[in-house]
Design a protein around this ligand. Structure first.
Ligand SMILES: [Zn+2]
Ligand SMILES: [Zn+2]
Length: 788
């Protein structure tokens, strides 16, 4: 038995009541102290004539599918060990949250609150409880209600709820909310033939009769209101039925089978198929230049694995950024594919999850967490764009999707395929020494050459008197594209208009009060914003320190690039895509459609570097390639190389294209090799450097962070842990030192780096000794990051 909320791992033992069937992964309700909790069974019941005294009984086995099976449990155990977290935390990543029952506290209204008895409770709140929540409420629902928010701020409301509870008007009751295990159902409308008056309702009835049967959701989408639909049903013109949702999607006219594979592609398809056929674990690196048709290879290899009775998982960095890829899988595998993406509601994702568990699905396509879909008999996992950092999970457990996928296939004797134009260096290194298979796709499927990359030295440009953020070459190239009616993509690795403000009189840079970084300027909103904690305040007209003005802005962000481009080309239609313009689900798709239909220039952050495939883009510009190059991170060069390669790859996918890279460091290897499309040259040099410095992949690296409000405590805890680690032997312990950004969200952060050829011993020590020590410390948290 596992207690889900435990900070330190402590499996608990319970007695199984007579007649209860219990297996691994079953969800159970159990008593713990005076409370009841949900947990998972992590071992099969053992027959013991007399359980230890004081052993309590399981209260209930929750009906419904189990939370995980033996294979998933084995994977979670491996993750706990590998990433120095508890088994409960590892299971938190493996299990689909919506499948687990929740404990919800609700308030029941015991007696109508008398405003005279509660002078401190806003009358508006009492009316709200009377009118809307008379059947009881969850605290959250009440606090979120607009009427409640008009009655007072959160503190006032909490105090009011407290007063009502103490005065006996309401009572807190605990309820258990089980997941709804049902088939996905949808409402359909059909016409009865009866006619109604009124233009809107007639239009609705016409639309329904024309399509025979129309989903209610589609009717709403087409602009008919709930009221109109309800009226048509009430007055007998439409009938509504609830049916099982068809999993079938509209199959696209584009059948992948009609395309012929190139020789290189066929070689890759055969290599994967042969590996799947052996029934043994294998890992294959597919290194293919941008535009070489890797997705086509995956589609064929997966079709082959399915023919052999297996199933497949395809991981992509972020589906909303690569809708075109997802659509190709849907059109190839139709109803047998589930695409799990962040645009779906939790309920819809749960439907896909359950369909996978029932065996109705052959292929799951999704981001990171789709790796844990309960798909039986997975023979093949494909990780596309395997170099992407989004495969590394930020929160606990801080797992690396590539490593977990590898272990999953090792346990299941399946095949892992890593695909990339710029493979992660550790996979490349293993491929080079023959530890894993290596397949290369060096030709573009369209046989167009890779775009020519020009490097522009910004320092020289400045000396010649050009103080704009666009070099002369970039301006000319943009002008040429506009003339020819072709599209351009401009990449800048920072949002906002400027990176910081600086007072030229006293040198003060406005910083975040809670984090040790400068505030970024967002001219559109007239705000200074912290990109770490999102604190904000108005852009000051004069220096807050000395009163001088005006105060200057430095550095470049997306807003500033749009502004400059618009000034240079007043008629150009410019689309901006960054995390400020894509806050809602569907924003990505909308902006991409806008760019495809009528945009001339797309300006954006990392989002525009990924997977975009627009045939008429013939110019890709990196506005400032240096941002990130000098970050205090041993992967800074690798990331810069990846980004330039990805951005350049957006250009010339159907017509010859070019790329322009602006930089203050034109001689940096990451830039020189990227401009030559020479991944192998870059990798050879970078690997040599990593070997000399003892960095991954030649050693394991673990970062241990200590985090807390009070700096001396944080530093002291870090020093103590470092001392303990040094006692281990066989490991290099560096630090402690403050993080590159030492304060975030009003908390101080110190870091210890542990390097070792084999860090197994260090991981065990962290799990068994340091973690319990840190759990007992109320002032300082420990954050462990394995393979950072
Ligand atoms: Zn000043
Ligand atoms: Zn901040």
């Amino acid at each position: 038995m596992q207690q889900r909320t435990a900070r330190v791992e402590r499996p608990l033992t319970y007695a199984v009541p007579d007649g209860m069937q219990l297996g691994i992964g079953d969800v159970v309700r159990v008593p713990l102290g005076p409370r009841e909790l949900y947990g998972y069974a992590i071992s099969a019941p053992r027959d013991t004539a007399s359980p230890p005294p004081g052993t309590r009984e399981i209260a209930e086995r929750v009906s419904g599918p189990r939370a995980f099976d033996e294979a998933a449990l084995a994977l979670a155990r491996w993750m706990a060990e590998r990433y120095c977290c508890s088994l409960g935390e590892a299971l938190g990543a493996v299990v689909f949250a919506a499948a687990i029952p929740r404990v919800v506290d609700r308030f029941a209204v015991v007696a109508r609150p008398d405003p005279a008895r509660f002078p401190n409770v806003p009358p508006r709140l009492i009316r709200l409880i009377d009118d809307v929540f008379e059947d009881g409420f969850a605290l959250d629902a009440l606090l979120r209600h607009p009427e409640a928010r008009r009655a007072g701020d959160r503190r006032t409301l909490l105090a009011a709820v407290n007063a009502l509870q103490r005065g006996g008007a309401i009572e807190r009751r605990r309820t258990f909310v089980a997941p709804r295990i049902v088939e996905a159902r949808e409402k359909f409308l059909t016409a009865t033939g009866r006619e109604l008056r009124g233009p809107r309702v007639r239009a609705l009835v016409d639309a329904v009769s024309q399509s025979g049967s129309l989903r209610r959701a589609d009717a709403l989408l087409a602009g008919f209101s709930h009221a109109i639909v309800a009226r048509a049903i009430r007055e007998g013109a439409l009938a509504e039925t609830t049916e099982r949702a068809p999993r079938a999607r509209t199959a696209s006219a584009r059948d992948e089978a009609v395309f012929d594979a190139t020789e290189e592609q066929q070689g890759a398809i055969d290599a994967i198929a042969r590996a799947v056929a052996t029934g043994r674990f294998a890992e294959i690196l597919v290194q293919g230049v941008t535009g070489s048709g890797k997705t086509f290879v995956y589609l064929r290899a997966i079709a082959d694995a399915i023919e052999r009775g297996g199933r497949a998982i395809v991981l992509v960095p972020e589906i909303s950024l690569t809708p075109q890829t997802a659509r190709r899988f849907e059109s190839r595998f139709g109803a047998r594919v589930a695409v799990l993406h962040s645009g779906l509601s939790e309920r819809e994702r749960f439907d896909g999850w359950q369909a996978a568990a029932r065996g109705e699905i052959d292929v799951v396509v999704g981001a990171r967490s789709a790796l844990f879909a309960p798909l039986p008999n997975v023979r093949l996992i494909v990780i596309d764009e395997a170099h992407e950092r989004s495969y590394k999970q930020d929160g606990v457990p801080r797992y690396d999707t590539l490593d977990v996928a590898r272990e999953k296939m090792r346990l299941a004797h399946g095949v892992l395929v890593l695909g990339s134009a710029t493979p992660p260096l550790d996979a490349y290194e293993r491929a080079r020494r023959g530890a894993i298979a290596h397949v290369r796709l060096d030709g573009r499927a369209t046989s167009l050459p890779l775009p020519q990359v020009h490097v522009v030295d910004l320092a020289a440009e400045f000396e010649r008197g050009n103080k704009r953020i666009f070099s002369t070459r970039l301006v000319e190239a943009l002008g040429l594209r506009l003339e020819r009616g072709e599209k351009s993509v401009l990449f800048i690795n920072r949002r906002g208009s400027a990176s910081f403000m600086l007072c030229r009189a006293c040198g003060v840079v406005p910083e975040c009060a809670r984090c040790s970084i400068s505030l970024s300027v967002h001219r559109d909103e007239g705000l200074l914003r912290c990109h770490l904690c999102d604190a904000q305040r108005p852009v000051p007209a004069r220096c807050p320190a000395c009163g001088a003005g005006p105060i200057r802005e430095f550095g470049v962000g997306t807003e500033r690039v749009v502004e400059t481009a618009q000034t240079l080309f007043p008629k150009a239609r410019i689309v901006r895509m960054d995390s400020d313009t894509t806050t809602r689900v569907g924003d990505h798709a909308r902006l991409l459609d806008e760019f495809a239909e009528r945009g001339d220039i797309l300006v954006g952050t990392q989002m525009v570097a990924k997977g975009l495939d627009f045939p008429t883009v013939t110019l890709a510009g990196v506005v400032a390639a240096d941002i990130g190059l000098h970050a205090p991170d041993f992967r800074a060069a690798e990331r810069t190389f990846d980004l330039i390669t990805q951005v350049a790859g957006r250009s010339g996918r159907a017509r010859a294209g070019e790329a322009i890279v602006q930089t203050y460091a034109p001689g940096h290897p990451a830039i020189v090799f990227a401009a030559r499309h020479d991944y192998d040259g870059f990798a050879a040099q970078e690997l040599e450097e990593r070997r000399a410095l003892g960095y991954p992949p030649f050693a394991e690296l673990i970062y241990l962070g200590t985090i807390g409000r009070h700096e001396p405590d944080v530093a002291a805890a870090a020093a103590r842990y470092a001392e303990l680690l040094r006692g281990l032997g066989g490991v290099d312990v560096l630090g402690p030192a403050p993080y590159p950004i030492p304060r975030v969200n009003d908390e101080w952060r110190y870091r210890i780096a542990v390097k070792a050829a084999d860090a197994g011993e260090a991981r065990r020590f962290i799990r068994e000794t340091l973690a319990p020590l840190a759990a007992a410390d109320r002032a300082v948290r420990l954050a462990v990051n394995v393979d950072p």
